[in-house]
Design a protein around this ligand. Structure first.
Ligand SMILES: Cc1cc2nc3c(=O)[nH]c(=O)nc-3n(C[C@H](O)[C@H](O)[C@H](O)COP(=O)(O)OP(=O)(O)OC[C@H]3O[C@@H](n4cnc5c(N)ncnc54)[C@H](O)[C@@H]3O)c2cc1C
Length: 467
């Protein structure tokens, strides 16, 4: 069926009125930049919004929110566009595209960064690195600050400084009624609690205020071992990371070695185990710290060494460019018992494509300092966040890699803590969203009812407003 353009149903004068209110541009199907602007990171998602408002400032966001509400349009908010299920876009409605809002101001005295909603983590690193400062983010620099922060934010520094939300001091937001508020520990404290894990449910965050930490060069990078060592290595890593000093982060992965430098040719296209390290303590102690790791079993490939923070943060960007097909499933784990480890070994041997992978991120250490109900992000008692990812350039492989990811996840799920990380789920329905928030869901639903009673912001891992 031919795609309908619902803007035809909108009065042209109303659309022109919106255009006149924007400093940024309003794109419609047929406009030169529309197709590019409509694309998101996951090549599996193809949506056709009626209007894309490329906002440049808070006033633009207010105008776009008011327009969507008054015209009863579906509304999506796009930060970095990295959502797996494509929750930064929608069919037929209005997309508020924040990618033009790139302002970043570092205050070296208070060690804080004010970051506008359209920035990526690479842009934040660019701004903070000259000051020798960082805020905890993720593992890829092209991800947007918006979605990653609002879902929690798991990354290289989770064990050291907590999740990204544990370093969030406040947000500026446009709410569903078009009003502008600041939420922090003192103002709109309920809203501030909710946005620390509750996703884009409560409004459009136009800027984030982050605490920064003095880190410039860390000791990190990947080490690889043969896949045959999967069980032994996972057990070693589990015991090591549960007891390691908080300056040490290292996530476990099953990978297929890319057929390109810097990987040695003999390992190209081999399935292998990897641990990607980031030690942010004193560099002169690093070799000593890594001795037991190398002593456990000499890695087949050892790239760990001193590395500037922005380089580590962008190490895998080229391997995962935009436009690949993505399908992922997530769970949190408190323990990794023998049975779970056996299952990991089984499914890792079946990685369906070169880009497909399984990651286990440690979220103990500093990420445990908050209680399960201190922020909306609930799984503070879990030690590991698992994500199983089917990725490939070719849609012809989708069925095979999706089946692998589902089977793998289903096999491990009985050993999980019962819910997954909302930022690494597909569009899986209310039950899985509830499972992600556990006891926090009902409070989130009440706060949603206060700030967005008509669920204007529902293109997200949706929390239904309930009094
Ligand atoms: C390659 C890749 C690597 C990743 N690595 C990590 C990682 O290391 N750690 C981690 O924790 N997660 C990671 N993620 C998951 C990531 O956190 C989520 O995909 C996140 O939603 C992406 O945010 P975004 O702004 O880029 O996405 P978008 O698709 O733009 O937005 C995702 C959701 O957030 C909402 N949103 C975004 N910005 C705003 C805003 N300013 N105000 C209100 N709502 C907003 C959107 O409406 C949407 O619902 C990764 C994802 C990918 C694809």
């Amino acid at each position: 069926m031919e795609h309908q353009n619902p803007t035809l149903a909108l009065e042209e004068t109303a659309v022109q009125d919106l255009v006149s209110r924007l400093r940024g541009t309003l794109l419609r199907p047929g406009d030169a930049d529309y197709q590019q602007a409509a694309r998101v990171y996951n090549g599996m998602i193809e949506k056709h919004p009626a209007l894309i408002a490329r906002c440049l400032d808070v006033a633009d966001v207010i105008a776009a929110v008011n327009f969507a509400r008054e015209h009863e349009l579906m509304l999506a908010v796009r930060g970095g566009g990295h959502s797996g299920p494509g929750l930064g876009t929608c069919d037929d409605g209005l997309v508020i595209d924040l990618s033009g809002m790139k302002g970043i101001r570092i205050d070296p005295n208070t060690r804080t960064a004010r970051v506008e909603g359209g920035c990526t983590w690479g842009e934040v690193d660019h701004a903070t690195h000259p000051f020798g400062l960082v805020t905890p983010s993720g593992f890829i620099s092209t991800t947007g600050v918006g979605g990653l922060t609002l879902g929690g934010g798991i990354g290289y520094l989770s064990r050291t400084f907590g999740l990204t939300i544990d370093n969030l001091l406040g947000v500026d937001m446009v709410l569903a009624d078009g009003s502008f508020v600041t939420a922090n520990a003192e103002e709109h404290a309920d809203l501030f609690w909710a946005v620390r894990g509750g996703g884009g449910n409560f409004g459009v965050v136009t800027s984030f205020l982050y605490q920064l930490h003095p880190i410039s060069t860390v000791y990190g990078g990947p080490m690889l071992w043969p896949i045959e060592q999967a069980e032994d290595l996972m057990k070693f890593w589990r015991d090591f990371i549960l007891n390691a000093p908080e300056e040490i982060n290292g996530w476990f992965a099953f990978i297929t070695v890319p057929p390109a430098p810097p990987f040695p040719e003999q390992f190209h296209m081999q399935k292998m185990c990897a641990i990607v390290w980031c030690y942010s303590g004193a560099l002169d102690k690093a070799e000593e710290i890594f001795k037991p790791i190398r002593a456990f079993s000499s890695p087949a490939v050892d790239f760990a060494g001193p590395i500037p923070w922005p380089v580590l943060q962008s190490l895998f960007d080229a391997l995962y460019p935009p436009g690949l097909q993505w399908y992922w499933k997530a769970d949190f784990f408190t323990d990794l018992n023998e049975k779970a480890i056996d299952l990991h070994a089984k499914y890792s041997a079946q990685l369906p494509t070169m880009h497909s992978t399984m990651h286990l991120y440690p979220i103990n250490g500093a990420a445990h300092r908050a209680n399960t109900n201190e922020t909306a992000f609930s799984f503070r008692d879990a030690n590991f966040a698992e994500v199983i990812v089917g990725v490939d350039p070719d849609p012809a492989n989708n069925e095979r890699m999706i089946q692998w990811a589902r089977d793998y996840w289903m096999a491990l799920h009985p050993y999980s803590a019962g819910g997954g990380y909302i930022n690494m789920m597909m569009d899986e329905g209310t039950d899985n969203v509830k499972a992600a928030y556990r006891d926090n869901y009902s409070r989130l639903a009440q706060i949603k009812a206060t700030y967005d009673p008509s669920n204007l912001f529902h293109v997200n891992q949706n929390i239904k407003p309930t009094r």
